[in-house]
Design a protein around this ligand. Structure first.
Ligand code: HEC
Ligand code: HEC
Length: 231
């Protein structure tokens, strides 16, 4: 099967040349905004993904990923998802989609726009390499017997057994139920529209409100674990 674009993160070095060229242009132009953004003193090429995650980079502490996604990338158990152990290419794509408005979300748009392509790759790699920390589910809700069957029928081909992810879709297990429900609702109304062939739009629009809630609760209580090798 053809690999999805998000499984193949761009290599950081690709951006180096372009950034240097831009830097030279900025130095020439000497505009305040540009020189601020490109100040050589902040050692942007040496800054690691971890530093961005913990300090927020140029945006300052309010944009530090850890503030909302937790110091171990575990998420906040509510509206901010776990990032720890998600595929790097997927994480990077989301940052680009937030910045471009294909996935509208005010806070994440600002966060993503404060990072350049290189930093998005760095921070994506940082979270992808983390152990799969997750918070326990917020509620121990009872799951309808029909829900695992619905998952297996409608979702598993792309999101893998137990929602651990596959080449066709990101992991969903051990994400907050509220977050999962929110994403499905966003797709139902075409607010989130960053999936290439609109497969998620079509899938989500076939679900009723009860099924959306149930799928969120079901997936949230599956513990994090890596997908089997060779996925
Ligand atoms: C002010 C809180 C806040 C900060 C700071 C923040 N995030 Fe987020 N992030 C969120 C929320 C809330 C969402 C869910 C957005 C939605 O509902 O679409 C999210 C979603 C994401 C997603 C999508 C994950 C997925 O499973 O699709 C990625 C990737 C992400 N954030 C990365 C980051 C990175 C990297 C940083 C730091 C550079 C960061 N975030 C900083 C709140 C935050
Ligand atoms: C044909 C493949 C396909 C099927 C079937 C499918 N999905 Fe997806 N799903 C995707 C892809 C691809 C993405 C990531 C899109 C992107 O942001 O790049 C995704 C993303 C998601 C997300 C967002 C994850 C996150 O971290 O933000 C949720 C939630 C989700 N799917 C739930 C479901 C559920 C529930 C079903 C079954 C009812 C399902 N999907 C069926 C391909 C699929």
């Amino acid at each position: 099967m053809r690999q999805k674009r998000w499984l193949q993160p761009h290599h950081p070095s690709k951006f180096g040349g372009r950034c240097l060229a831009l830097f030279a242009l900025c130095a020439l132009a000497l505009t305040t905004a540009c020189t601020d953004r490109m100040a050589p003193s902040d050692d942007r090429f040496g800054r690691s993904g971890e530093l961005v995650a913990m300090s927020g980079g140029e945006g300052g502490a309010r944009y530090a990923c850890a503030t909302c996604h937790g110091v171990r990338g575990e998420g906040n158990g509510f509206d901010a998802p776990r990032l720890a152990g998600l595929p790097a290419g997927y994480l990077q794509k989301q940052m680009e989609d937030f910045a471009a408005g294909l996935r509208p979300h005010e806070a994440m748009r600002d966060v993503a726009r404060f990072l350049d392509s290189h930093e998005r790759v760095q921070v994506a790699n940082h979270y992808a390499a983390m152990a799969m920390h997750a918070l326990p589910p917020a509620t121990q809700a009872s799951i309808d017997a029909a829900t695992p069957a619905l998952y297996a029928r409608a979702c598993q081909q792309c999101h893998g057994v137990d929602g651990v992810g596959s080449v066709n879709g990101p992991p969903l297990n051990a994400q907050p139920a509220f977050y999962l429900t929110q994403q499905l609702q966003d797709w139902q109304v075409s607010k989130r529209r960053n999936d290439g062939n609109h497969e998620m739009l079509k899938v989500a629009q076939e679900l009723d409100a009860g099924q959306v809630t149930q799928l969120g609760l079901y997936l949230a209580q599956i513990p994090p674990r890596p997908a089997s090798p060779g996925r």
